[in-house]
Design a protein. Structure first.
Length: 295
């Protein structure tokens, strides 16, 4: 009889000769196991092309968050680092609906709060939080924070997620709780403390506030947020019904290496992106100016 250890549990980074296709293969090093070889995020031959791609993905993430009900009023902000100028990042303007976001709306901001592109107001909290995260984490191309329902509810418990499902293992020993709540974030020192608490992890639970995730691509950061929101919902439901059974440390750690990997986060975002493009094709609308650093 097959055991849990015989299950499909591993992703394999594609090699140069894999032609970046999805494949299902036997794991030659572990008889009875299998691996997925998955496509990788696209690469680009110019900063302009990569800039357009990142901005399109960021707009798609906003639309997806709105579709999933992850936004609330003017709260929440998603950012991505500029490929040519990593000291600058693109962010949503204050007061613009996630569901109406377009590439032309995005602001280009530096780590000191200066706006290089765009004429709409900048959310002070967005600047304070995201500037410090991007400064502390050069590997974080994107960061997502929004006032989602289950993330907010779970944050009031001021404790980390438990490894009670395979999906929750995405965050096993890879997220932290930022303790305390001192009001709307407008203090740079608080942004710095958030960045310090985040450390090398992929996510923060901000006590009495909500969730924050980061990733090496917009796709990855956005998917981690969606998945963490659902993990919060599942744990709240499970604990309301009784005492959930945790997955063992060994299995949770091994599962995290699979479902919590960067390539997994990027790949899991693709169905959401496919759906929003089909339903709202204008998310892909860009013009020549969208590839330029400064208009």
């Amino acid at each position: 009889m097959a055991t849990e250890n015989d299950a499909v549990k591993f992703f394999k980074e594609p090699q140069a000769d894999d032609n970046e296709k999805l494949a299902f293969l036997k794991d030659e090093k572990h008889p009875g196991r299998f691996v997925f070889t998955m496509p990788r995020p696209p690469t680009f031959d110019s900063f302009a092309a990569e800039r357009r791609h990142r901005k399109q993905r960021l707009v798609a993430a906003f639309r997806i968050f709105a579709k999933l009900g992850l936004d609330e009023g003017v709260g929440g902000h998603l950012t991505c680092r500029d490929p040519e100028r990593p000291d600058l990042f693109w962010v949503n303007p204050f007061g613009t609906s996630f569901g109406c976001m377009a590439t032309k709306d995005l602001l280009l901001v530096d780590h000191h709060g200066s706006v290089f592109r765009g004429h709409s107001p900048l959310n002070a909290a967005a600047f304070v939080i995201h500037s410090k995260i991007h400064m502390a984490r050069p590997d974080a191309i994107a960061a997502c924070h929004s006032h989602s329902i289950y993330g907010k509810a779970f944050s009031t418990l001021a404790r980390p997620l438990l490894p009670i499902t395979q999906d929750a293992c995405m965050f096993y020993q890879d997220h932290r709780v930022f303790p305390g709540f001192s009001g709307v974030v407008a203090d740079e020192e608080e942004g710095e403390r958030m960045a310090q608490t985040l450390g090398s992890n992929k996510a923060l639970i901000l006590q009495n506030h909500g969730l924050l995730t980061v990733g090496g691509t917009v796709d990855e950061a956005a998917f981690w947020f969606i998945a963490m929101e659902k993990a919060c919902q599942v744990q709240l439901l499970a604990e309301a019904a009784g005492t959930p059974t945790c997955i063992s440390h060994e299995v949770a750690e091994e599962s995290h290496a699979t479902v919590g990997s960067a390539i997994s986060g990027w790949f899991n975002f693709q169905p959401y992106h496919q759906t929003i493009v089909r339903e709202q094709p204008d998310v892909l609308e860009v013009d020549e100016a969208d590839g330029q650093l400064l208009a």
